[in-house]
Design a protein around this ligand. Sequence first.
Ligand code: UTP
Length: 291
Amino acid sequence: MKIKKAVIPAAGLGTRILPVTKAMPKEMLPIIDKPAIQYIVEEAASSGITEIMIITSRGKSILEDHFDRAPELEQKLLESGEAKKELYDSIMSMNSLANIYFVRQQEPKGLGHAILLAKEFIGNDPFAVLYGDDVVTGEVPAISELCDAFEKYGKCVVGVKEVPDEIVRKCSSVKADKITDNIFSVSDMNEKPLPEEKFSNYAIMGRCVLTPEIFGLLEKTERGAGGEIQLTDAMKVIARTEGMTAVEFSGIRHDMGDKFEILKACIEEGLRREEFGDDLKKYIKQLAEKI
Ligand code: UTP
């Protein structure tokens, strides 16, 4: 069954990168000229997803504004003719990416709690989850790789990357048995494991495909790590009973909730940009000689 719906949880407080997130959602932080949330919505849309629910929270209405029409701006760009045509087209193309709906999480009770708010929107369909602060860049949209695995193996899917111990302990580790080079069968997982508790160095990285069964499990999930209702605690039940699939997606994941990762995302994306990629390369080389 083709996945047509996605949930983007974007209601977190972003405490790791304060003070910028005091009044500014981390999902609006730019990589060059595009906010994180737009990269993510574009990834979903280019994977065939047509209905997207974004979970926001107090102080994040700028996310709604970003996907709304901007008549004065559109008119001004249009009047500038050829000179601003490319900008006009890029602004207008955002209007037809997908149908986007918003709901507010009233308290930051965790990722699992945020996903639960999409229960009615999802109904009986399998759906994709793309974390609002995880941008993945690359040739193939990461969520399409997970959707393909869902169709092929018929089980819920998590996106993973192999990471060093110091990263695993901040994420969720999965018990993974190799099926192909980048696909694994998952029989267990845990959130923020201590070194002796980790199942493997494969950690969940901001992308999943789930069935509505997850909502019943989330409703029964007690607060876990950090006092929050954790999505991993509910997915763990599925992994242990029916099993899940993990896909090590091909793109590069950028955690927009981490200061150093944001810096790296801007540099890596900058190097890919035709307009100044070569200049940036020169600049980095000059700088490297001085440090
Ligand atoms: P994170 O744990 O990375 O986000 O959640 P956070 O809570 O903002 O992190 P800190 O404060 O810097 O440690 C992963 C995803 O889940 C969303 C976040 O917005 C992010 O996209 N989230 C998290 C919610 O929507 N609601 C929550 O209550 C918590």
